[in-house]
Design a protein around this ligand. Structure first.
Ligand SMILES: Nc1ncnc2c1ncn2[C@@H]1O[C@H](COP(=O)(O)OP(=O)(O)OP(=O)(O)O)[C@@H](O)[C@H]1O
Ligand SMILES: [Mg+2]
Length: 252
């Protein structure tokens, strides 16, 4: 493969399997998954509950180790990194948005969003500071920068967590049901922002969602069933996506 082809792949799974537990209680959560994620794209992962979506995301992000196979982030094989190297890679190159926001209660919105820089032991540059103010404004949090998390609604807290994940402009952003707690307007704003980031900054986003409307913002939709890749389709409308989901649920 040429260098250019390698550079355009942001993440790659080869023969990835994940088994939790052992013996009679073993659960095969992923089986022999091969997947290339193109840089600068928004990929949605859909599938029935328990099909392995979160596991795939955790293994891709080095939050959980693969039982078999290899995972590359850019051209780094993370299955061979030690904990310190993985921590640095996660802090500098990956962004996470999970349903549990994990905001620090004693810090303001601005403090929470700039925490990744703090943890990395450095001050914001002027450009970074301008970007964070822009990000907060785009997420409708511009007037709330000095509030603490308990002074915000659930949807506002969710958006702070999203801003924090995007603050360092990570190469790769993982979002597991990021719009699960948002009303349809906030949800659309978040999805539009995620998609704009892929267009404007060549960032790569992997989004796990049950919502066909959310997934319809993606460039590509991967369906997982019983720990394997069941379907892989280009950008589609919500109706097409929900038909595929129904079909997979009927079969399982
Ligand atoms: N830490 C764990 N220990 C044991 N089994 C686990 C663990 N995490 C997940 N599993 C199992 O692995 C399978 C896949 O789980 P996973 O969380 O990846 O599903 P999911 O597709 O994200 O589901 P949902 O849509 O409900 O979030 C399930 O059978 C689940 O019970
Ligand atoms: Mg899940």
């Amino acid at each position: 493969m040429s260098d250019t082809a390698i550079r355009t792949i942001a993440a790659r799974a080869r023969g990835v399997g994940k088994t939790y537990g052992a013996g009679d209680s073993a659960t095969v959560a992923l089986h022999d998954v091969d997947l290339d994620i193109r840089a600068g794209s928004l990929t949605a992962i859909m599938g029935p509950s328990g099909s392995g979506k979160s596991t795939l995301m955790h293994v891709f992000a080095g939050l959980d180790s693969a039982s078999t196979g290899t995972v590359l982030i850019g051209d780094v094989d993370i299955t061979h990194l030690d904990d310190d190297a993985l921590t640095l890679l996660r802090r500098r190159s990956l962004g996470f948005v999970f349903q549990a926001f994990n905001l620090v209660p004693t810090l303001s919105v601005f403090g929470n969003v700039t925490l990744p820089f703090e943890l990395d032991g450095r001050k914001l540059t002027d450009t970074e500071s301008a970007w964070i103010h822009e990000l907060l404004a785009r997420l409708g949090l511009g007037a709330l920068e000095q509030r603490r998390p308990h002074e915000l609604s659930g949807g506002q807290q969710q958006r702070v967590a999203i801003a924090r994940a995007l603050a360092m402009r990570p190469q790769l952003i993982f979002a597991d049901e990021p719009t699960g707690n948002l009303d349809s307007r906030s949800s659309r704003e978040v999805l539009t922002l995620l998609r704009d980031l892929t267009r404007e900054y060549q960032q790569t986003v992997i989004l796990v969602t049950h919502d066909p409307v959310a997934a319809s913002h993606a460039d590509r939709v991967i369906f997982i069933a019983d720990g394997t890749l069941a379907r892989d389709v280009p950008a589609s409308d919500p109706k097409t996506l929900s038909d595929i989901i129904l079909d997979l649920e009927v079969r399982s």
